[in-house]
Design a protein around this ligand. Structure first.
Ligand code: NJP
Length: 244
């Protein structure tokens, strides 16, 4: 019988690449995100199911979970950053949305699917946080605060699930070229392109492979965390750029 993996934020970037990787590994994939048409296009290619999901809406989370009676793997990937304003100019609405998506979204999805994950006898919760979960950088206050909190949530979960048949893995990527920067800068393509200028970032597939590998380990092996950066990045603020 095939195993079921629920992937949030599967309409682009790391989530879409993870859906492809897990489907290729034999999982029945359930893809959640707000842009349903994108999910449906991916399902047409790789199989599985597409379900509209807004992790900031408790009712939307409930609807998805009601449609997924069996769940072996939950990938909490939905999230991202909004803005790069210094703390002195912090936009409360952006901070609230970052916390809602990255932190409360992870909590809501995990809480709702935990009974099914335990019942599976070999459940796995994966959380995509960031190097922003342990580093800080100017302008990153709202995002780093949310990712630090998401990391704390996952570490707490691992303690609480000790003795249960559920593994917890945290994935902490550095720079990955996805729609992340486009979203962060409100659709400003030039600002997004500048982030990856003259350096080689990770591809979404590189991070997906980390998730695939962690979930492919035998049940007794808990890969606690995978920290993965581009070779061109040493910290959140130290990036090697080649002169043209
Ligand atoms: O970014 P992007 P990534 N409810 O923008 C979804 C972390 N990360 O793949 O709802 C449900 O291509 C959104 O779907 P939609 C990052 O913090 C990244 O890079 O249709 N889904 C889309 O599928 C995030 O946690 C980098 O708009 C919601 C997806 O989230 C994860 O990696 C570095 C949603 C975002 O895809 C994936 O981001 C790093 C909601 N309310 C950590 N809001 C990086 N790229 O450099 C958004 O350290 N989504």
């Amino acid at each position: 019988m095939s195993r079921t993996a629920v992937i949030t934020g599967a309409s682009s970037g790391i989530g879409a690449a993870t859906a492809r990787a897990l489907a290729a590994d034999g999982f029945e994939v359930v893809l959640g995100a707000r842009r349903l048409e994108r999910l449906e296009a991916l399902v047409a290619e790789i199989g599985g199911r597409a379900i509209a999901l807004d992790v900031t809406e408790p009712g939307s989370v409930r609807e998805l979970v009601a449609a997924v009676p069996n769940c072996d793997v939950l990938v909490n990937n939905a999230g991202g950053a909004l803005g790069l304003e210094p703390l002195g100019e912090a936009d409360e609405e952006k901070w609230r949305r970052m916390y809602e998506t990255n932190v409360l979204g992870t909590m809501r999805m995990t809480r709702a699917l935990l009974p099914a994950l335990v019942a599976s006898g070999d459940g796995h919760v994966v959380g995509v946080t960031s190097i922003a979960a342990f580093e800080t950088y100017p302008g990153g206050g709202g995002y780093t605060a949310a990712k630090h909190a998401q990391r704390a949530l996952l570490r707490t979960l691992r303690l609480e699930l000790l003795g249960e048949p559920v593994r917890v893995t945290e994935i902490l990527p550095g720079m990955v070229e996805t729609e992340f920067s486009l979203v962060r800068f409100g659709g400003d393509e030039a600002a997004a392109a500048e982030v990856y200028r003259e350096m080689t970032p990770l591809r979404a597939e590189d991070v997906a492979e980390c998730i695939r590998w962690a979930t492919a380990q035998p049940a007794h092996v808990n890969v606690d965390e995978i920290l993965v950066r581009p070779r061109d990045q040493a910290t959140a603020t130290r990036v090697h750029r080649r002169a043209k």
